[in-house]
Design a binder for this molecule. Structure first.
Ligand SMILES: [Zn+2]
Length: 281
């Protein structure tokens, strides 16, 4: 072609040269034991790239791009087995399972500590020995508060709780009493009404700001556009109503001072006065 030097390599190639910038050190040595919410781990950045960590401690969250070195690269569609083996098949580009043509891992991690060329992070989805391809900062412009995505309900109750707890903590940022109360209420509501992120779920909260904030984080219900979240602050009373299709669920705590253990382990009926109303009105 005119203007192109003879023998010049085309910028569009079949392969790209990627060199790992570091490696994961983690007590988690195999993928079968890997938690869906990730693990605490150490990322060792190789000395020749360590300069790239300058001022990294100014960030609280980072994106980690890693390489799922044990993944099957021939996978084109699959089921998120760990979440729910009964879920339908999804194309690999609509799901985050490791098997995919380029098995790049994507983790949003909390940065705990920087020690020279090593960083300690939480919620990393990568086993021991995984190559790390890149580290990028997480900015608040990355946040879309209420995206649409398919609801794949975790089959195990314990996993549903674990994933909701992670979401609650990421949103509210402190594990206070009312976060744990909101979490337990959301678990009951999810059992009764299904997907809490559903566009037709309306939530009405009377209670503390911590309760309201956590429930908003767990439902992704906005005050407007569409209007799904209603809140009235009240220091003396807590009542949350969840309305979906023709059902409305009311949850009224029977006590205002449950312990952490009670909120975790007491049966629903011991914690809350529960009323589920079916009907057109
Ligand atoms: Zn709080």
């Amino acid at each position: 072609m005119r203007g192109e030097k003879a023998g010049m390599v085309s910028p569009i190639t079949d392969s790209i040269d990627i060199r790992p910038i570091g490696i994961v050190h983690s007590p988690q040595r195999d993928t079968s034991g890997m938690s869906l919410t990730g693990e605490q781990a150490c990322i060792e950045v190789y000395p020749e790239y360590a300069q790239g960590l300058k001022r990294i401690e100014e960030h609280s969250y980072l994106w980690i791009l890693s390489w799922f070195h044990q993944a099957n690269r021939n996978t084109r569609e699959t089921t998120p087995r760990k979440v729910n083996p009964d879920a339908p098949l999804y194309g690999v580009f609509g799901i985050r399972t490791p098997g995919r043509p380029n098995p790049i891992g994507l983790s949003l991690v909390k940065l705990d500590q920087v020690q020279g060329n090593k960083i300690i992070v939480q919620n990393l989805d990568a086993i021991d020995g995984s190559p790390v391809l890149d580290i990028k900062p997480y900015y608040d412009q990355d946040i879309i508060f209420s995206p649409r995505y398919p609801y794949i309900r975790p089959k195990q109750k314990e996993l549903r709780r674990e994933m909701m707890q992670k979401a609650a903590l990421q949103h509210h940022q402190e594990e206070c009493h009312d976060l744990l109360l909101a979490l337990r209420m959301a678990i009951v509501a999810e059992e009764e009404l299904g997907n809490l992120h559903s566009a037709d779920l309306l939530v009405s909260v009377i209670g503390s700001p911590c309760l309201a904030d956590t429930i908003q984080g767990l439902t992704r219900a906005r005050i407007a556009n569409p209007s799904r979240f209603f809140y009235r602050e009240n220091d003396h009373m807590t009542l949350v109503s969840w309305k979906k299709e023709n059902q409305e669920l009311f949850l009224l705590p029977k006590s205002s001072s449950y312990t952490k253990e009670e909120l975790r382990f007491l049966p629903n009926e011991s914690l809350f006065q529960i009323e589920l109303i079916n009907g057109d009105h």
